[in-house]
Design a protein around this ligand. Sequence first.
Ligand SMILES: [Mg+2]
Length: 363
Amino acid sequence: MKVTEVRSTALSVPLDRPMFVGNKSRVFSRFNPVVVQVMTDEGVNGFGIAFSEEDKRVKTLKAAVDEVGEVILGQDIFRWEEAWATLFEATGHMGHRGYGIYALSAIDSALWVIRAKALGMPLSRLLGGYRDEVPAYASHKLFRDWSLDELQKDAAALVGQGFRCVKMNMGDKPLAAEVERLRVVREAVGDDIDIMVDANWSWSVPQAVKIGRALEPYDVRWLEDPVASDDPEDLCRVASALAIPIAAGETFCTKYEFRGLLEKRAAHALIVDLQRVGGVTEWVKVAAMADAWKIPVASHLFDEFSAHLVAAVPNGFMVEYMPWWDVIYQEPPVVENGYMRITDAPGLGIELDPGALQRYRMQ
Ligand SMILES: [Mg+2]
């Protein structure tokens, strides 16, 4: 089975409510998935996603996908290491961070959907099949512009929807205000629900240590990306000073960058982003590397793929539920009683909605 065509479609999907994360410069009101559809000579097709946001730099991303896609025409579907190596070599001059790796990742992921469909099995089973349901945490509410009342109301609502773990955002407020926001969320969800805190690289090392210690009484499951630097040494300094576990990794690209994070034992849990790591091929390799240190891996975004990835590997910990572009699917991923379930459907078990692709298409 060989690749015959790589087709990309750039979309612009608005959020119901703009999203404020980390420091004040990060505000998102819409996301731009570039849908990458890969066709084969036997009629089995798959898709992957790369994305930008705020309708910016979308043409560049689409062009990167289109140009990188040319190198994979004629590729034997089941030679996945050969396919990945070809894509990696083709993106050398673009760079193995940013849009070069985004294009590679989306195409690599589409190829994995084709493989699973061709074998008639869900992707998670092809990749290891460790389990058929994975816990998912709510990551789509509780941002830094939520009022205290909104934090309490929405945190309680998420628990009412079945989530056993919720994430809240911090990073732009004085220590006392951040602690108060955590306190009200803890009060709203009770003692049996896990709370994660994501600081989106907002603090210096001393700030992270000081605020982290003040958060400790509220039983935080993990503190994510506490420091402005992604330097493993800085993360180690924070981790060694706190009782709260540290999670990091969403901006790390390829196994080569994760190697340093693991060797330094800079995080208690890895967050692996499908489009930055290098697609499905590289995601499972990083998970295997982490397993050698007995470090759990969680996903970043891309629920439609991430549920399969986290389900496939023995150290898969949790899926981040973030339904930014669910509207483009016929049957978007669902969380029931805090879990995402893998069905027997081949591939992802999720198909694109052609009408939605037309509706959200960028001109
Ligand atoms: Mg994060």
